[in-house]
Each structure stands twice: as C-alpha cells, then as structure tokens.
Ligand binder design. Sequence first.
Ligand code: AMP
Length: 439
Amino acid sequence: MTFRDLNLKKPLWNALDDLAYETPTTIQAVGFNVMMSGKDTIGIAQTGTGKTMAYLLPCLCMWQFSKEPHPQIMIIVPTRELVAQVVREVEKLTTYMNVVVCGVYGGTNMNTQAKTVLQGIDVLVGTPGRILDLAINGTLQLKNIKKVVIDEVDETLSLGFRPQLLHIFDFLPAKRQHMVFSATLSEEVSLFLEDYLITPVRVEAARVGLPIEKIDQTAYRVPNFLSKVILLQHLMEQTEANSKIIVFVSSRSLADLLFEAIEPIFSDAIGIIHSNKAQNFRFDTVQNFQSGAIRILIATDLIARGIDVTDVTHVINFDIPESPENYMHRIGRTGRADKNGIAITFVSEKDEAALIAIQELMQRQLSFTELSEAIEFTDEILEFEKPKIIIPGKNIKLSQREKKGDSFHDKKVKNKKVNVRYNHKKAMQDKYGKPKKKR
Ligand code: AMP
C-alpha cells in the first residue's frame, strides 16, 4: 500500500513526495477512512507510530478554504514542545496548500500570539491553558471548529488539564468531530472519552517495532545520588563520540543538581530541559540536541513522551520512573525508526517496587550488569537523601547512622571496611534481645 491508495488530495500527495514518505504506517492506513467518514475516533498510538500524520492527513483533506479568519481545526497537545513539533508537521504537509497554522502555548507573551491569531488562522495547535485564555479573552473564536484533535489525551489528563478541556468544549459548536489519541487507555481516559465522544471508532497502531524488541535494556544497582553520578560519568566516557544520550531524572531540582555535577566534565556536550526553564531555552535545547550540537540531554519526564528526536542511542534512567508506563515512554525515545537503542536504568534500594511494576508491564526481567572493578561508589549521601520521619506538623531528620542498613550493593572487599563505633547498648540488645544496662 502507498499513500496514492489513500484518497488524499494532490497537494498532500505532493508534500508527501517531497518528504519521501511512500508507505502509510498502520495507524495512518487504518485510521484514514474512519476519520474521513466523520466519525469520532480514538487512536491508540504511541509516538513513533506516525500518529501525528494519521490525524493531520484526514483533517487537512477535509479542510475547506474559508474567508473567515477563525480556525476550523484545533489540535490540543499537553506540552509546548509538542505544539512546536505538530506545527512543523502541519507546515511540512501544507507546502502546497493555502493553510495558516498557528501554535499557542503558555510561558510566553500572550499578546504576540493573540496578534497572530487575529490575523486569521486555519489550524490552531496549542496547550489547553493558553487556548482557553485566548478563547476567554475573545481573541480566539472557536465557533468554526469542525475537527477537534486531542493528542496524548492520557498525558493531558494526568497533567490536570481536564477542567481546561471541558471549558474549551463550552466554546465549540455542537457539530464537530473528535479525534483523540492516547498511548494507553487508562480508566481515567476511558471515562473522559465516554462522556464526550459519540459512538467513537477505535483504531490501533500496530505494535510493530515495540521498543522492547529493539532496545537492549540493562540495569545497575546504585545506592545513592553521588554514586549514580560516578557511574553516569563512567558510562558516558565509554560511549562513542557520536552517541546521543538522554538522562532522565525524576524531578526538576534533581535535574539541576545533576547538571551542576557533570557540567564541568562534559561542558559543551551537555544540555538540560525541564518545565522551570524558559521557553526559548527549552526550544533551543531540544533543537541543539536534535542537531547534535549537544549529545547529552538531562531531562525530566516532560520530554519522556511525544518528542521525536532522531538517533537517540542511549536512554539512561538516572532515577527509576514512578509509573511503569513512563518507563516505556522514556525508553521509547531510543530504538526508533528501525534503529537499535540502549536503555540503562539505575536502581536504588527504594526502587524495588517500581522495578517489579516495570517488569510486570514488560513481561520480562531487567538484567543487572555487574559493576566494573574500575568503579568505586561512595557511601556519602546528600541532604535530600537523608531519611525523614514525618510527624504531622514536624519534620525530623534521622541521622545517617541510625537509618543505614546493610550495604545495598556488593562492595569490593577493600571497600567493605567501615569504622563503626562500638555501641554497648546495641551489642547487649543483640545478645540478650532486650536493652541491658552497663554495670
Ligand atoms: P509520530 O508518531 O507522529 O511522532 O511520528 C514519528 C516520525 O515518523 C515523525 O518524524 C514523522 O515525520 C515520521 N513519519 C510519519 N509517518 C511516516 C511515514 N508514513 N513514513 C515515514 N516516516 C513517517
């Protein structure tokens, strides 16, 4: 099957020719006629399946020229990076069409975006909050919307955008077609869709090239932050100069901390992205990573999904992700487009439950790699790693010694020696099972 077998219009065929795309992916081929029929559609597809073009092709095919300045197609996505990416895809497909596309997202000046919107647009791509703000202040008229795409609806809902989505719906005409895409159909997503879609048809992307088949996955047991830094540095030094590595970290503050720790070593080769960074900085960083200007990107889960960066050779999970689905999304950044990838996960003692959940979801075990003799971990823990007892209203820190259990990883013999002060009370307790006083 080729794109010529889909009942597209000439300008779209020409654009696809320029892109040298010949064969539709499964979701593009299966979804096309369903969406062209005007029915509400639920697409189950992850990034990398060609899902963006799967909804753009029918939307643009059904688009009709209008003198009205208000958009007919609205594409809602969860992150600003995805807005930029989808806008680029629309631009690529509309080289031979007279379609004006506009991306709107928070974190930047609303007036600039408002001006563009007022000049007249056909396709609107945006994050829910900014679309709503522009609709509420009257800049954006949504009364002509015929196609509503919600891409990555699972992520949009889990980021808490449900109220904004519902509010946006209030501005839409009753007669409209929904095309909703989601990587997973969680209960939250299903309930949401049940309420707003009318007898939707479900289409699924082929599970070809499922990441786990193309990704060499391995894990290391690492006890603490500083040891993770040591291992990360070691692993990066082993990688080839042209490798592209994303290092996922669980929080913005940890991402900053890690960046500070390794930036002196890899200086020009390293970048960082998270939601606290300014928007231009975020775009530049992704762009520099895409172009190869930087080869190591420290990131939070902000870019675990959706973002399509080519040729990522390694994904390193500096922290294990909280949900097993996010593990799949993260490692899915590598091993794309028929290339093999490497995913490395650092597992600490507190991560056991998360590890089990990931293994259950994948239906396979993560194999652990033995540490090389060259690596020496440290017992030193940072302030944020110190165990805390939470008493309502109070926050008491335990000393490091009280909480330290057995060594977590297998240390080399020379590292096994620890200077432990003799504790008479504990020795008596160990011996007699109850505290004994010194006589
Ligand atoms: P997506 O799943 O939408 O994030 O797309 C992943 C990548 O595949 C993007 O870079 C698309 O431009 C590319 N792509 C989409 N459809 C095709 C196709 N039929 N043939 C080749 N590449 C495609």
